[in-house]
Design a binder for this molecule. Structure first.
Ligand code: PLP
Length: 419
């Protein structure tokens, strides 16, 4: 019988096989037919330490038996209180308020609403959002509006709101990026905020830029009193080698979005952290100025317990070393591909390695991505290239031997491509 399940970012008309995964452990997924897959992309960028991390699994089980889900408007619970305190402690300085939700897209929507509410409550007409070229911030209407336009949002384009875009700061375009940002911030129409993925643009093709550039954009926003929103949904929780990517630039944003790895990736939870000024512009005796947002599962207690267990693992102090070891293995792997023709722009930050394949049509719908994905799958590697960009973003527990094997599979998959 045909499955009634409608999968995300999947063209069901192609009839491609959809493997059924029945178990996971560490860096591996186990399929119903007994095959094992190395999780080369951390199950779409969410798993940090590894699948079914025992301490996180135990925290989830214990919390599920104690307190599962409750209304968070006007009520609170110990897991959320402890988590909020930990987040304030761990995040860049000045982010003293934590708003919980349940996905990265929602964390971004909340960030945008906080920024707009801030200016509204201060009586300033500021609505314009500045974005970086090639950005991705999620798939809901607001999150799509601040992301790059393309084939994946063409149908919805009439509903997307207008934004102003600064160029991606490649080594050559760094100054152009800063000049454009400066001009937009000091123009007639004062922007409300600039939203950016710090250091790595994920869905845009694992595009990496420097901490210096990130710091420079933050400084321009500060000079012009434009709110700086850091979307660390993908980069947070160690993915770039430090707990947050902002740490490498030594900056504090006005608003910080977290999701994906916040629970180690086991269960969905997101947070939008905000500065005192933004919280204050919503605090009043006037109920009309409160922050008008909620999701049903705001601060779900089971998810908060998972996040607290994740933070405990970070406090044990071994995670950064594990990511550094993984990074060295990824460097070796990239070097091992050097002999193959048509590859270029090898790059790596923290636990993310990427390389571009030189093909005539390298867009998101390029045929090369599904071909590589199928080849890798046949060899026991879960891979999902972004157009012509092949990348690995494995769980931190992935061993050097597993990385060597993953790159061998990638090399074979590239060589098996027609032409
Ligand atoms: C994945 C991602 C999102 C969206 O998160 P979801 O949990 O999938 O809604 C937002 N921003 C960035 C940078 C992401 O990588």
């Amino acid at each position: 019988m045909r499955s009634p399940v409608w999968h995300p970012f999947t063209q069901h008309g192609l009839g491609e096989a959809i493997p059924q995964v029945v178990a996971a452990q560490g860096a591996w997924l186990e399929c119903a037919d007994g095959t094992r897959l190395l999780d080369g992309i951390a199950s779409w960028w969410v798993i940090t330490h590894g699948h079914c991390e025992p301490r996180i699994a135990a925290a989830i089980a214990a919390q599920a038996a104690q307190l599962d889900q409750m209304i968070f408007a006007g009520y609170t619970h110990p897991q959320a209180e402890a988590l909020a305190r930990s987040l304030v402690e761990l995040a860049p300085a000045g982010l003293d308020h934590v708003f919980f939700s349940d996905s990265g897209s929602t964390a971004v929507e909340v960030a945008l609403k906080m920024a707009l509410g801030h200016w509204h409550n201060r009586g300033e007409a500021r609505h314009r959002i500045l974005v970086m070229e090639h950005s991705y911030h999620g798939d809901t209407i607001g999150a799509m509006s601040v992301g790059a336009r393309g084939i994946f949002n063409r149908a919805y384009e009439p509903l997307l709101f207008d934004v102003a875009t600064v160029p991606f700061p490649t080594e050559d375009a760094g100054q152009a990026c800063l000049d454009t940002l400066e001009a937009l911030c000091s123009g007639q129409q004062k922007p409300a905020a600039f939203i950016v993925e710090p250091l790595v643009l994920g869905a845009g093709g694992m595009l990496i830029y420097s901490p210096e550039m990130l710091r420079a954009t933050r400084e321009i926003c500060a000079q012009h009193d434009v709110l700086f929103i850091a979307d660390e949904v993908m980069t947070g929780w160690g993915r770039t080698g430090t707990l947050f990517a902002c740490n490498q630039a030594g900056i504090s944003p006005d608003i910080l979005c977290l999701a994906k790895g916040m629970t180690g990736g086991a269960v969905p939870l997101a947070a939008t952290m905000a500065s005192e000024a933004i919280f204050d512009s919503h605090r009043s005796r006037d109920r009309a100025r409160m922050f008008f947002h909620s999701s049903s599962f705001t601060a779900n207690a089971i998810c908060c317990a998972a996040a607290n267990a994740n933070i405990k693992i970070w406090h044990e102090g071994e995670v950064a070393g594990r990511i550094a070891t993984l990074g060295a293995a990824l460097d070796e792997g990239l070097a091992s591909l050097a002999g193959l023709r048509g590859l270029g722009n090898a790059r790596r930050i923290g636990g993310i390695a990427a390389i571009d394949l030189d093909v005539c049509d390298g867009g998101y719908l390029s045929d090369v991505a599904p071909a590589l994905r199928a080849q890798a799958l046949a060899q026991g590697l879960l891979l999902r290239p972004l157009g012509n960009t092949i990348y690995l973003m494995p769980p931190y527990c992935t061993t050097r031997a597993e990385i060597v094997r993953a790159f061998a599979v990638i090399g074979q998959a590239i060589e098996a491509l027609p032409g």
